[in-house]
Design a protein around this ligand. Sequence first.
Ligand SMILES: [Zn+2]
Length: 247
Amino acid sequence: MKIRPIKIKAKDGKPPRFPVKEALAKVRKLIYRGNKVECPCCNKTFSLFLYSPYMSALCPYCLSFERYRLLCKYLRDETDFGSRQIRLLDIAPTWCFQEFCRSFELVDYVSIDISSPIAMRKMDICNLTFEDESFDCIICYHVLEHIKDDRKALSEIYRVMRKGGWGIIQVPIHIEKTVERRELSKEEAKEICKFPSHLRAYGRDFKQILEGAGFQVEVSDFVKKFSEDEIKRFGLDRSEELYICKK
Ligand SMILES: [Zn+2]
């Protein structure tokens, strides 16, 4: 049985609150107090990042992991995020990124997921019930590899993005050319797709896949600007590139 977190729905359109998560985060912040590492999501410092068998380092407070810390660092350092009113759609939300968005008064945050109790609305990425051009910014992190019809999902993201809007759409990339799980033998799929729930393995042609949906795409090596010490301080993954999609 899955334990669902205790959730308090906000009436004013703000994201829900999770009082137990928040209380535990405060306890961990106290235990791991210090100034050796810094989380760009919650903007707090600690003595260390926590070890996780799946991701190498979790923030003791907001439980962010590498790719979310890179995203928040990018938004803080390289964009005007939070300095003007935007409506943002977060697909398959995480608590760390929800709370990051909550910290900006001008970010009108909406999250969806097919099943996650964190999400504000239950919705299928291939059948978004939003009007055309509803969002200024869309974040879709490591979702498409789980979606049978990823092209339909991308066309939906494109449809609900405003002209002049932008988003960051990330998938795990380990190979040169994208391949579908159904085209592989069982052994190949295990090797190439890595996780049983990944329906395909994306390659470096992911940029063309995004362009095929209509986006103008910039592949940013933002992470390369950090020194070795900064990579350790912010707990970033050197190999992660950002796929910035504009409409
Ligand atoms: Zn954090």
